[in-house]
Design a protein. Structure first.
Length: 249
């Protein structure tokens, strides 16, 4: 597992090196990626999961921005092939500089805004914006601290445990961007079996209302296999007027 992560981390760094973004931003992103480690629980009582056990019981592989680690939960060994692991690891690495985390760990404007705007479009995955209609009511009712509401307003793409509440639309840009970054990374890894990429997304899954994810079908077809190189590897795949969010668009 460590070896697969190392391969994904190295490919992620190479992908960022080729992005047409400012040198300063590129350097800081690479530095953060280089410092990411995977976290396995050795003893529950001394682990980070002691306070949040559901993070271990419900999750598989998930990025922890506070420690810049990728947590390995109880379902971390559930994926079916190496390509899926490579893609999932690079997806989680993408969260280290997604639209939400950028404001917390970096300075200046998010250099992927053009990609983000494209992912919001109906010709891509139509990544939904966070519904803030209940934000002030929760503050007035004392269910949310005013400073948290202010922080959420400053970064409108972040989703927190307390907001949005269940059934209210969460922002889908961070997850969509992480998929986009993963597709970019997978496109430069040699000798992969394209039919194996994100096998977990081949399963039709009913999402809860307001989910932070687009549907599995949209993620797989409109991001991963809309990526030109990955699409060319899957000659049998036919996509209907899907726009890939590339730098040239």
């Amino acid at each position: 597992m460590q070896s697969i992560f190392d391969q994904s981390q190295a490919a992620s760094i190479n992908a960022v090196k080729n992005f047409p973004i400012k040198a300063d931003s590129k350097s800081k992103i690479i530095s953060r990626i280089e410092s990411i480690k995977i976290y396995w629980m050795k003893d529950f009582k001394t682990s980070k999961f002691k306070q949040l056990p559901l993070d271990f019981l419900d999750w598989g592989i998930a990025y922890d921005p506070a420690s810049n680690e990728i947590n390995m939960g109880i379902n971390a060994l559930a994926y079916s092939n190496e390509e899926t692991y490579l893609a999932v690891f690079s997806h989680e690495i993408g969260h280290s500089f997604d639209s939400c985390r950028w404001g917390a760990f970096f300075e200046g404007e998010w250099p992927f805004q053009k990609i983000g705007d494209c992912l919001r479009s109906t010709s891509s995955v139509d990544a939904k914006k966070r519904d803030d209609s209940k934000l002030q009511d929760l503050v007035k009712q004392g269910h949310m601290a005013a400073d948290l509401a202010t922080a959420l307003k400053i970064n409108s793409t972040c989703n927190k445990m307390v907001y949005p509440p269940m059934g209210t639309q969460a922002d889908q840009l961070p997850e969509s961007f992480a998929d986009w970054f993963s597709a970019e990374v997978m496109s430069i890894i040699p000798n992969i079996k394209p039919q194996n990429i994100r096998a977990d997304l081949c399963v039709k899954k009913e999402l809860i209302e307001g989910s932070s994810y687009p549907t599995n079908e949209l993620r797989l077809n409109n991001i991963y296999f809309a990526q030109p190189k990955l699409k060319s590897l899957r000659a049998e795949l036919k996509t209907k007027s899907v726009k890939y969010c590339g730098w040239e668009n």
